[in-house]
Every structure is written in C-alpha cells, then in structure tokens.
Design a protein around this ligand. Structure first.
Ligand code: AMP
Length: 600
C-alpha cells in the first residue's frame, strides 16, 4: 500500500516511509548530477591530495575539474600495477588513498592471467550499502506486496587469500557478505531471504547450494522472487536441483539432513527449519521425476513474480534458457557494479532485457566518458583523449567508462562500453553494450583473443611429435549445456596420416588449453563448477576456406577478411558443425589454487 508521506516521488508512490526517503535521494542525486559530480571530485581530491600518486601530478591543492583533467592521466590497471603491488607487499604509506586500504577486491577482469587486485577502503562499504538500499524501493514501485513473501536468492562466498603483507584479497561480494553491513543488516520485510546467512557464508559450494536449495523448497509457497547475481548462477542452481532433487526430497520426507552437510553452523540452523513433510516431498518428486524441466521455477515456486538476475552484457546468452525454466517470467536487472566501484541502478527494473538502461548514481564516484570509436588510433600520452563529464554525454553515443574513486583509482579505464539511451532528470542512462576485448565468457570468466591464441599455441605443442599443426581455429561459448563450456574448432594439417595425433593426445590438448587460460576460468572449472570441460571439435580440412567464401558471399572484402576468433551466427555454426570429424573433451580439471602467482 502506498504511503502519503509528503515526500511524493516522480518515480511513483513509495510503498512505505523508508522507500519515500530512498526515492527522494534518487531525485536529489539525479536532478543535480553535474553539481554532485563536481562536489564528489573535489571531495576525493581533497581527501587524497597528499597521496603519493596525486602528488606526482602537481595539482598544488587544486580540486577543480579543469586542473584535474589537464594534469592527471587516464590509466589502465597495468599502469597502476607497480603501486598496487607495493601496497600488496606491505607499504602502508598513503600511495593511492589517504585512508588505509582495508582489503583488495579481486576482479573477474584479469591481468597477466591473474585477477586484478582492486584496493578498497572501509568507508566504501557505506556507499555501496547505500546503493543496495535503493534497489527495493524502486522495485516496490513496480511489484506490490513483496513484503508478504521472501526472496530465494542463491548467493555464495568464494575463497579468500592474503597478500604478502596480510591484506585480505577476495571477490567483492564475498567481502560484502562477510561484512557487518550484510551480517548485521536490520530486518526489512521487503528484503527477507529464504537462505540463512549461515548457508550463504558456508565456503563449501556444494553444502552452501544444498542448504540454500533445501530452504527454498521448504518455503516454496512463500517465495515471491528467485534470483542470483548473474544468470549463469541461477542456471547452476536449477542444474543442482535436476541432479539432487531425490536427496532433497528424501531430507524433506524424513526431516533428516543429508549427512554430506557437515558444516556445524549450517546443520545447526537447518535443524530449526527442516521439519518432515511427506506432502511437500511428494510434490517435489511429482514435479521433478518426469524429466520435464520446462517452467520448473514456476511449478516449484508458484508465487514467483520475477527472476532477479543480471542478463545484460555477456549474460544475455542465457535469456532463452531462463525463459524455458520460468515460462517467460520477467527478468529484472537491478544494478550495474564492479569491484572498483558500484555504478548505478535500473530505475525500470521490469523492462525487457534488451531495453535495460542503468542510471549511474553521481554520488558513487567521479565518472568520465571516453568516446568509443573502434576505428580511432590507440590513445597516446602525446594526444590525450578528451573525456566527457557525466552530465554532458550525448544520447545515442557510445563511451568507455572512466572512474575516479575514493579508494584512489584516478581516471581509471573500467573497460566497459556503454551507450547513452536517455536521461532521468539530468543523470544519463546507459545501456551496457559490452566489455572490451572479451571473446569468450560463460560465467564471470572473460577470455580475450590473446589468451585464446596463447592457449591454442600451447596446446598445439603436443601435436608436434605427430608432425601436425593447427592451421586455423575459432571458438564458441556453448551455453546449451549447464554449465556452459568453451568449444574450440580446430582445422589440422596432418602431414603424415600414418602417424596422426591419437584421441588421447587431442584430449590432452583440451586440458593444455585450459591450463593456459586465466585464473578466473580455471576457478570456474575447479572450485565453482560454473564452467564445463573445454571441447575441441576437429573440422575437415578446407572448412575455414568455406567459412571465408561464406563471409565474402555476404559482402566481406577478400583483402581484409580475417578469421573470426569467436562465432555465434547460426549459419556459420551450422557450417562448422556439419564439417566436424571428431570431438574431444578435457579429461581432467586444470590446475587452480586460491593462491595468486607471485608477480613481484
Ligand atoms: P567484477 O570486477 O568482477 O566485479 O566485474 C565487474 C564487471 O561485470 C563490470 O565492469 C561489467 O563488465 C560486468 N557487469 C557488472 N554489472 C553488470 C550489468 N548489470 N550488466 C552487464 N555487465 C555487468
């Protein structure tokens, strides 16, 4: 029921007093986007003006935009890496931030095969918490009555490590779930989860998923929304149900928890939730035993109003599968964030995935936009790029996001390409177009062309003794399987057919490619089970020439034709698949440990 709080919002009537305040905050920030940005930059520069990093650029105490833009360079992670490494190694002097670096957030973006380390400061969690606190008030404008039900969210922590100096390094959501902000969050009837914190915080991914699924089943009628952070995570949960429904139903029938759940805190909290119910167990058996998984989400959780998962960017590939499992429930993409900084939220969370635009909240950091022109020459120090301010971007244009944060990133290129779709008040709204240089992605892994090339090179070393080489290759992210997996098409030149590579060697080539891929990929394969074994499909000789003929027949220039290193256009896939001679899967998991490779 909407309240008349005297704080009415142009976004719509707020559902409660707390929501009214949140919507009012969004109004204030978006109405004054430019002024807020100016203030934020001045605050960051006065807070960090004495840091070693900013001192290098001789701002002489200036905190205005013009001085900042003329003196401070636009940088990438590699530019900052020496400073970041010093912090990781224990230098506690104010290098990037005047506030002590409280931990490193390990990005899914990689540098030299390892996750990038993003410095953060303690107060940053308050800012991120504030953005989280805006999500439900916006959602409540579109979906009434969410306070009468619960959210079944599959949320996980991942392993954390320590830098040589003892600073914690962990993924941003692991940091958030382990923070007091999450663990001591006040009760909010609009934001009640079926998953107990003990299950979310359990480091064993099987036990965590099992406990969360069990609670979701036990409270199935109370569930009003089902979600995970990214689409791939929700599909992994459905896959888990497909594999484990019998054991889950058994636990519900008997009221006795699966002995594989050994974490004492999870066992203890489930003891208070798991009560025997033959009726519920029979219901689960009836829905799952027929092997028909269409609309399984709405069959098991009949009151679900929407799925809360990000399906923009690389995750768009999962929309058809989610539609199949949910019977086409709305897909809500609520926020846009990264390890470096949380950026903004979707003010129309029930819009179709193809129409989702995120409104960057001007209080989260200082944002600049590098006009994105793929044909422009690369940036150089001599011709510094002209960056546009948040309030000055133009509708229809594409930009790369560049951020300046309280934690000490200055004019840092995030690598995301965004397109302006419109404005809410004076704050622009952006469609997420893509992340730069990502060829293949299944979960949070991001493999670029150079990494794939290196992996093919390394794997093809195994073919040498067979006098065989890889003459051409391309790739494809196969998301029809759960979990999805990388498919690499290889055309081989076998010089001595009497000594062609054996099946065992080609399987080893799959594994060798996986060993070469970055740490996020290997973690997905080994620890998270979010990526399936890599597959090589060997195609007939001449296939890639046919591919070129096809491209030329569709207008490609013969002089400029380059083999696409990743394909997803159906006719091309059909052509490739019709020429497959044999397929091989990686026979084992690649090597991965939470420890980072030492780069110092
Ligand atoms: P990480 O640093 O691992 O947290 O990853 C952050 C990156 O994930 C962002 O820079 C984006 O490339 C991607 N990302 C985050 N939120 C969204 C979203 N709502 N839609 C599409 N991509 C997103």
């Amino acid at each position: 029921m909407a309240v008349d709080s005297g704080l009415s919002s142009p976004l719509g009537p707020p559902a409660c007093e707390k929501d009214a305040k949140a919507l009012q905050f969004i109004e204030e920030m978006t109405r004054n986007a430019d002024q807020v940005q100016e203030k934020i930059l001045a605050k960051i520069l006065s807070q960090n003006g004495e840091t070693e990093y900013l001192q290098r650029f001789k701002l002489a105490g200036a905190t205005d935009r013009d001085t900042f833009k003329s003196k401070v360079p636009v940088v990438t992670y590699e530019d900052l890496q020496p400073d970041i490494q010093r912090i990781a190694n224990g230098d506690r002097s104010p290098i990037l931030s005047s506030h002590p670096i409280s931990e490193f957030l390990t990005s899914s973006g990689t540098s030299a095969g390892e996750r990038k380390l993003m410095p953060t400061i303690h107060e940053e969690w308050d800012r991120r918490q504030k953005l989280y606190s805006l999500l439900m008030p916006v959602m409540n404008l579109y979906v009434p009555g969410l306070d009468k039900g619960k959210g079944l969210y599959f949320l996980f922590v991942k392993s954390e490590t320590k830098t040589p100096s003892g600073l914690v390094a962990r993924p941003v959501l692991t940091g958030y779930y382990r923070s007091e902000h999450f663990k001591k969050r006040p009760y909010d009837p609009y934001n009640v989860y079926t998953s107990p914190d003990e299950a979310i915080l359990c480091v064993d991914s099987f036990q965590s998923m099992y406990a969360q699924m069990l609670c979701g089943l036990l409270m199935h009628k109370e569930v009003f929304r089902v979600g995970a952070v990214f689409a791939s995570g929700l599909l992994r949960a459905i896959r888990f149900l497909q594999v484990h429904w019998q054991q889950l139903a058994h636990d519900i029938s008997t009221g006795i928890l699966n002995p594989k759940i050994t974490d004492p805190s999870v066992r203890e909290c489930l003891a208070g939730i798991l009560k025997p119910s033959q009726e519920l167990a029979d219901f689960i058996i009836q829905e799952c035993s027929g092997g028909n998984w269409e609309r399984i989400i709405t069959r098991i959780w009949p009151n679900t109003k929407y799925l809360d998962v990000i399906v923009t960017g690389a995750m768009a590939q999962y929309i058809p599968t989610l539609d199949y499992f949910s019977g086409g429930l709305p897909l809500a993409c609520t926020m846009y964030a990264s390890s470096e900084c949380y950026f903004g939220l979707n003010l129309k969370p029930m819009s179709k995935p193809s129409e989702v635009s995120y409104t960057i909240m001007p209080n989260m950091g200082y944002f600049e936009f590098l006009p994105h022109d793929p044909s422009a020459p690369p940036l150089s120090r001599d011709s510094p790029p002209r960056l546009v301010d948040l309030a000055d971007v133009e509708v229809g244009k594409e930009y790369e996001l560049v951020i300046t944060t309280y934690a000490g990133l200055c004019r840092y290129r995030v690598g995301d390409i965004l397109q302006v779709t419109g404005f809410y008040n004076s704050a622009p709204q952006f469609q997420f177009i893509r992340r730069k240089n990502v060829l293949l992605s299944i979960d949070s892994d991001k493999t670029d062309e150079a990494e794939l090339q290196k992996a093919v090179e390394n794997a093809s070393l195994l073919l040498r003794e067979f006098n065989t080489s890889v003459v051409e290759y391309t790739s494809f992210a196969d998301t029809k399987t759960i979990p999805g997996h990388y498919v690499i098409y290889w055309e081989l030149l076998v010089k001595d057919p009497s000594n062609s590579p054996t099946d065992t060697v080609l399987k080893q080539c799959c594994l060798a490619m996986e060993e070469s891929l970055n740490a996020v990929y290997r973690q997905g394969r080994v620890a998270d089970n979010s990526i399936g074994p890599l597959e090589i499909r060997v195609v007939k000789s001449g296939t890639f020439e046919e591919l070129m003929d096809y491209a030329i027949s569709r207008g490609a220039s013969i002089n400029q034709y380059k083999v696409p290193r990743c394909v997803n256009f159906t006719p091309i896939m059909e052509l490739l698949d019709s020429r497959v001679l044999s397929t091989y899967f990686s026979p084992a998991a690649p090597h991965w440990t939470p420890e980072r490779r030492r780069t110092d």
